[in-house]
Design a protein around this ligand. Structure first.
Ligand SMILES: Nc1ncnc2c1ncn2[C@@H]1O[C@H](COP(=O)(O)OP(=O)(O)OP(=O)(O)O)[C@@H](O)[C@H]1O
Ligand SMILES: [Mg+2]
Length: 270
């Protein structure tokens, strides 16, 4: 069933610049995220995805431009905005000396969640992701994928309207990744929004309703997969070629491949 995308603007990023010394990590970036959509930030390593996410969360302050989240400003309304956001960072869980149970108890108490409802939700999510047996183990002893599952569950407990997920599928096996995608789709079908950052084209294609391709802090193309594919068709290339071309990686990929072939003695043979 096609979902109805309501056009309420949840996040607006307008001409935002963020520099770190000489590096323009975000360089005049603009996009809008509506309610009911999974919005992808797709770009190569170092493109500025995590910096953009941190600006939206109010963890970093923009040098130029404006950001609004639920019509509030991350720089002044950080706490109010955070109550409506569930965030999965690109780093694996940092609370290594805690168990997931303690992490969820802590999250529930600072968010003042109803214990009974939260326990029921937790049980459902832990079962869905086959992670019940790790509930009481030290986070430090969990595998990367299981740490990631706990981080994802913690971000969902307060039923935030906006989920911001920075490379959330990293480390997850195929089955768990499928379940997480399903959770995100249900969230959007119910009118919630997701900002989903990834460097993997196939993942963005699979998960996102609209995608903003960013490179060197700039938006290069924004649209649905269909719109981006049209762009690719026009250029007579497939989407992967277009992505590499738009992000200026195509020539360097060819050069690296030919260097590797030379190194392994395959130069000019194929
Ligand atoms: N705290 C920082 N200090 C200095 N430079 C930074 C800092 N954070 C990010 N950068 C630089 O900003 C640019 C964008 O980094 P960012 O982490 O936003 O990229 P990304 O798209 O998330 O990459 P990845 O796919 O590797 O996660 C990079 O050049 C990075 O080195
Ligand atoms: Mg990143």
């Amino acid at each position: 069933m096609d979902k109805v995308i309501l056009e309420k603007r949840i996040v607006e990023v307008n001409n935002v610049v963020k520099t770190f010394g000489e590096v323009r990590a975000v360089d005049g970036l603009s996009f809008t995220v509506n309610s009911g959509e999974i919005f992808g930030l797709l770009g190569p390593n170092g493109a500025g995805k995590t910096t953009t996410v941190k600006l939206i969360l109010g963890l970093l302050e923009a040098d130029e431009g404006e950001i609004s989240v639920f019509d509030m400003l991350p720089s002044t309304d950080e706490m109010a905005i955070k109550q409506k956001i569930g965030y999965v960072s690109e780093e694996p869980l940092i609370y290594k000396s805690m168990t997931p149970k303690e992490l969820f108890d802590f999250t529930s108490s600072i968010r003042k969640l109803n214990p009974k409802e939260t326990t029921a939700k937790l049980q459902r999510y832990l079962e869905s992701l086959e992670a019940e047996q790790y509930y009481d183990k030290l986070i430090a002893t969990l595998s990367r994928g299981n740490k990631q599952k706990m981080q994802i569950i913690a971000s969902l407990l307060h039923e935030p309207k906006l989920l911001i997920m920075d490379e959330p599928l990293t480390g997850l096996d195929a089955k768990s990744a499928k379940i997480v995608k399903e959770i995100l789709e249900l969230h959007a079908e119910n009118g919630g929004s997701v900002i989903f950052s990834t460097h993997i084209l196939e993942v963005a294609e699979d998960v996102c309703d609209r995608i903003c391709i960013i490179n060197k802090g700039k938006a290069i193309a924004t649209g649905t997969m269909k719109e981006l594919s049209k762009l690719a068709d026009k250029a007579g290339a497939d989407l992967e070629e277009i992505f590499l071309k738009l992000t200026q990686q195509d020539e360097s990929v060819n050069l690296i491949i030919s260097n590797l072939r030379e190194l392994t003695g395959n130069g000019g043979n194929r």
